[in-house]
Design a protein around this ligand. Structure first.
Ligand SMILES: NC(=O)c1ccc[n+]([C@@H]2O[C@H](COP(=O)([O-])OP(=O)(O)OC[C@H]3O[C@@H](n4cnc5c(N)ncnc54)[C@H](OP(=O)(O)O)[C@@H]3O)[C@@H](O)[C@H]2O)c1
Length: 232
């Protein structure tokens, strides 16, 4: 897809990867709706802040009504409760599903009609290496990203009929607020944003942002019996 001249909407655009995506889309010549739960938290210039909580159907419908002309939808908003599947609060486990799975799905369903209106259109879903592998300390998050990966693959096929391309971005660890308590090497979110936008421009279906993502998806071919000991 040609990004210059597109009309992009980025969810969770006020900080982290979403902010980099919104700023770089603007710099590449897109018109950008920077969507955030609190639009006042969008503090950078050259974009249109818009209120959007991906877990709130009315908020999604309002945003879709205000825009009407989006050609590139970026589902970036994400929660990181750190809930264990066994002992975490069920409310946190539901938050992960409501945000990553139902949130992204509901946003896509609401924006699909406007994506169908113009010529070229595309969706980027920000996923994770944890779409393919569950980490106990992030069990609820992993399950939600896994569900979002399946949803992404299903919608890629359904949306092909209206000419909307669907790209999945898989990331290992990125240096954002979400991972502030994790002491390990992390990617620069600005670099990940650049890589993602280059991938959309090239029309790619799946993007692996780092070597961890590449190694884990390659490891899947050996089955989970081999995968989990290899990454223990
Ligand atoms: N950081 C990593 O290592 C990593 C790795 C793989 C994938 N990812 C994914 O990358 C994406 C961006 O995460 P990040 O690392 O940039 O995290 P972040 O800095 O914590 O930012 C998360 C963003 O999502 C927004 N958000 C959360 N719940 C929302 C909701 N219900 N409605 C709308 N916005 C909501 C937050 O808004 P508020 O400011 O209002 O809270 C914030 O803008 C997420 O999908 C995450 O799962 C991150």
């Amino acid at each position: 897809m040609i990004i210059e001249g597109s009309v992009a909407l980025v969810t969770g655009a006020n900080r982290g990867l979403g902010r980099h995506l919104a700023e770089q889309l603007r710099d590449r010549g897109a018109t950008v709706y920077a969507a955030a739960r609190n639009p006042a938290a969008v503090t950078f210039a050259g974009v249109t802040p818009i209120a959007l909580d991906v877990t709130d159907l009315e908020s999604i419908a309002r945003a879709a009504k205000i825009t009407g002309d989006v050609t590139l939808l970026v589902n970036n908003a994400g929660s990181g409760t750190g809930a264990s599947l066994l002992s975490g609060p069920l409310s946190d486990i539901r938050t992960e599903m409501e945000t990553h799975y139902f949130g992204s799905l509901n946003v896509i369903r609401a924006f699909a009609p406007q994506l169908a209106r113009g010529g070229e259109s595309a969706i980027l879903n920000v996923l994770s290496v944890l779409s393919w592998m569950s980490v106990p300390a992030l069990g609820a998050y992993s399950a939600a990203k896994s569900a979002a990966w399946s949803m992404t693959n299903g919608l890629r096929q359904e949306l092909a009929a209206q000419g909307t391309a669907v790209t999945a971005l898989h990331v290992g660890l990125m240096d954002t607020d979400m991972t502030r308590d994790i002491d390990a090497p992390k990617s620069d979110p600005a670099e990940v944003a650049r890589f993602a936008l280059d991938g959309i421009a090239a029309g790619r279906s799946e993007l692996l942002a780092d070597s961890l993502s590449e190694r884990v998806i390659a490891g899947l071919s050996g089955g989970v019996g081999a995968l989990y000991p290899a990454f223990a």
